[in-house]
Write a protein that binds this ligand. Structure first.
Ligand code: AMP
Length: 278
């Protein structure tokens, strides 16, 4: 089947089919992590829609919206190779009316951890994701665990607003040396890339421990050892559903999340782990 490129609402309506639809929202510059999401979607639905939209609403004025990598032709090849049916690629003007007023608020959960460093980011994410849900009308939508707080907030939005769409989380795809794949990795110099390995290494060291204090200490030791080229934003050990910080005695699942700047590029990563296992 020929891949359909839908550039606006009308194209999307024309591409609509009866049957199960799976949506994979992305900002493009597709890599192996996105491919894994498209493959999961393919296994779940009759029609797979990949959206490629660099969403201005989720970037602060000082962030990298204008220089975010845009590789549309290569992205189409990836979508074709993975058997997607439709690529939805609207312009910002198509997505957002100039006189728009209403948007989503991600609440307190959108203001902590990643949200504390990126004010307004999750409001922008939820607003675009709900719009994509309304435009594409999927039965299921696939998101990466790589953006763990985003995934948790989307689950929360779906629950709080009774959105009738199943949310599937997909595991983080990594390079053989542990670096989590990201569209922003292409900004890293060879030297930066070596420094950036400290993120995944810190998470691995943390995951090998059992109690919150030991987990934090083991991860921090690796991040400290990376030296001044790694500018740590946060290391957080949080509840996977609420992103609230975990106390020392808590037993159960948690997320260890890290964000840092390396050579001007902001990177995030996380692992899931079990605290104080019996
Ligand atoms: P992005 O294009 O970066 O906005 O990401 C689009 C989707 O791909 C999101 O659901 C991300 O969580 C997911 N994603 C990004 N990187 C990875 C990765 N390394 N492994 C799995 N999923 C990923």
């Amino acid at each position: 089947m020929e891949l359909i490129v839908a550039r606006n609402r009308e194209d999307l309506v024309k591409a609509r089919v009866a049957g199960e639809v799976a949506l994979v929202p992305t900002m493009g510059a597709l890599h192996e992590g996105h491919r894994s999401l498209i493959r999961l979607a393919r296994a779940r639905a009759d029609q797979v829609v990949v959206s490629i939209f660099v969403n201005p609403l989720q970037f602060a004025p000082n962030e990298d919206f204008s220089r975010y990598p845009r590789t549309f032709d290569a992205d189409l090849d990836v979508c074709r190779a993975e058997g997607a049916d439709v690529v939805f690629h609207p312009s910002p003007a198509d997505m957002y009316h100039p006189d728009r007023q209403v948007s989503l608020c991600s609440g307190e959960m959108g203001k902590i951890v990643e949200g504390a460093s990126r004010p307004g980011h999750f409001d922008g994410v939820l607003t675009v994701v709900l719009k994509l849900f309304n435009l594409v009308q999927p039965h299921v939508a696939i998101f990466g665990q790589k953006d763990a707080q985003q995934l948790a907030l989307i689950r929360r939005m779906v629950a709080d607003l009774d959105v009738p769409i199943e949310i599937v989380g997909a595991p983080t795809v990594r390079e053989p040396d542990g670096l989590a794949l990201s569209s922003r990795n292409r900004y890293l110099s060879a030297g930066d890339r070596q420094v950036a390995l400290a993120l995944s290494r810190a998470l691995r060291q943390g995951k090998a421990e059992a109690t919150p204090s030991r987990i934090r200490a083991a991860a921090m030791a690796v991040l400290d050892a990376a030296g001044p080229e790694l500018d740590l934003d946060y290391l957080a050990l949080v509840d996977p559903a609420t992103f609230a910080e975990m106390g020392e005695s808590y037993a159960g699942p948690a997320v260890l999340a890290v964000a840092a700047r390396v050579g001007g590029t902001r990177l995030i990563d996380n692992v899931t782990l079990t605290l104080n296992p019996a």
